[in-house]
Structures are given as C-alpha cells and as structure tokens.
Design a protein around this ligand. Structure first.
Ligand SMILES: Nc1ncnc2c1ncn2[C@@H]1O[C@H](COP(=O)(O)OP(=O)(O)OP(=O)(O)O)[C@@H](O)[C@H]1O
Length: 231
C-alpha cells in the first residue's frame, strides 16, 4: 500500500534521508529503529509531507504523494502521531476529537471504547492532560481521521512504565483490528519487535538492515553491531 523508492530529502539544503526504499503492506506494522539522529523522524516527515522530497518516488495505494500537501496526504489516507504529540493547550479533548473526525470505521464511540480515560476527560483542556493522556489523545485524533496508514513517532517516549504497558495494549488492538497499516518508530527495541511484522534499522539516513520481527533473536546480541553502536 505504501511504496517509497529511492526517497531522498531532509531540511533545507541538508540531505538527511538518502535513497530509502520502503514497502508497507495492507494491515502490516513496520517498525523503524536506529540511533538518535539517524533520520527516522525525517523519514516519517517526508512521508507525511512536512518536508519535501528532493528525489525519489512515494505512492500510497498507487497514488503519487510527492506533489500533495500535508492536508492532501491526510485526505489520501495518512495519519500522523508526531513525536511531540502536538496537542493544543487551549482546546478541549472534545474539540480535538471533533476537528479530526472523518467518516469511517473509527468512530468517536469506537475510539473512546479503546481509550476510555479520554472519555472522562472530554471537557479538559490539552494543557490539563498528563503526558500519557496527551499521547492517547494524539493517537485518538489520528484514528478518527480514519487513515489507511498511521505513522507513529516514538509513542512510548517519556511515559511511565505503567502507561507504556497501556500504550502497548492499545497499539496491539489497533494493529489487530486490521483496518490500517502502521509505521512505528520506536526506541524501545523490545516493544518495536513485539508489535511489528517487520522491522528496519536505519543508520545515517539509510536502511542498513531489515528482517521479519518474529524471526529476529534479540537474545543473540547482534543488535548493537547492526545499529552501528559498536564503532
Ligand atoms: N524539523 C526539523 N527541522 C530541521 N532539522 C531537523 C528537523 N527534524 C530533524 N532535523 C534534523 O535531521 C537530522 C535527523 O534527525 P531525526 O529527528 O530525523 O532523527 P531520528 O532518528 O528521528 O532521531 P531521534 O531518535 O533523536 O528522534 C538531525 O540532524 C536533526 O537535527
């Protein structure tokens, strides 16, 4: 459903992501892991249209995304849960949810069933939410747009262990629902492998390794070397 071919881009004149080939299938979860600063967020931002590609091809269900704006890409079926969550401090939870809503399988009722805590916070402002609640709101907002593909940037970052446990079960439910595909950028490798079908390792803007998540033996201890942490 998503196909990137030799995707290259970055910020201003700086190339951060170079010649990346990426394929995500229907209802597939692809995890992206790698050291800090290797370009994982930039890759998601290139897909979402928050920065433009210098070269390469990018298609969603056969539709060329390259000429489309951020909003057109959202309408074409891309959802985004950004690393900094982008919750508006002066809008209520209810307002966040109604702005995001587009018709489809993920209705407000279905989303609040998955995230009941948000249902109790509907009249609270974004600024009154905990970090975990803000993350759940960012996920709820993306789901309500009824995307074909959801891009998740480090959802577990900064969350307390008990909240991460809840997040894992929420992400598992979203994936097993089978209605969308996911690209998950995640620092927690154990979590990335547990949730994804396949994973890729990025280093310095390029894909340096990929494998099926279920086949990868974390205990074998090859990861630091594969991630370029040993030199
Ligand atoms: N919005 C932005 N504007 C300008 N430069 C950016 C922006 N986002 C990232 N960069 C730069 O792109 C390079 C790659 O960073 P990026 O955030 O894509 O890596 P990452 O692998 O996601 O790292 P992290 O795990 O720390 O989030 C860095 O040099 C960073 O400073």
């Amino acid at each position: 459903m998503l196909e990137a071919e030799r995707l290259t881009g970055g910020w201003g004149p700086t190339i951060v992501v170079e010649n990346v080939d990426l394929n995500v299938g229907d209802a597939e979860c692809l995890a992206i892991v790698g050291r800090n600063g290797v370009g994982k967020t930039t890759l998601l931002e290139l897909v979402a249209g928050r920065t433009s590609a210098k070269s390469g091809r990018l298609r969603l269900d056969g539709q060329d995304l390259v000429p489309l704006s951020i909003y057109q890409r959202a309408r074409a079926g891309l959802g985004y849960v950004p690393q900094n969550r982008e919750v508006f401090p002066t809008l209520t939870v209810r307002e966040h949810l109604s702005i995001a809503s587009r018709p489809g399988r993920w209705t407000r009722e279905k989303v609040l069933e998955l995230l009941p805590r948000l249902g109790q916070r509907l009249d609270n402002l974004g600024s009154q939410l905990s970090g975990g609640e803000q993350q759940m709101l960012a996920i709820a907002r993306a789901l309500l747009g009824n995307p074909r593909l959801i891009l998740m940037d480090e959802p577990s970052e900064g969350l307390a262990p008990v909240v991460v446990e809840h997040l894992i079960s929420v992400l598992r439910e979203i994936i097993s629902d089978g209605s969308l595909s996911m690209i998950l950028v995640e620092q927690r490798i154990d979590l990335a492998l547990e949730l994804s079908d396949r994973f890729i390792i990025m280093d310095r803007g390029q894909i340096t390794y990929q494998a099926n998540s279920a086949d990868f033996d974390l205990e074998a201890g090859r990861l630091p070397e594969l991630m370029g942490l040993t030199h």
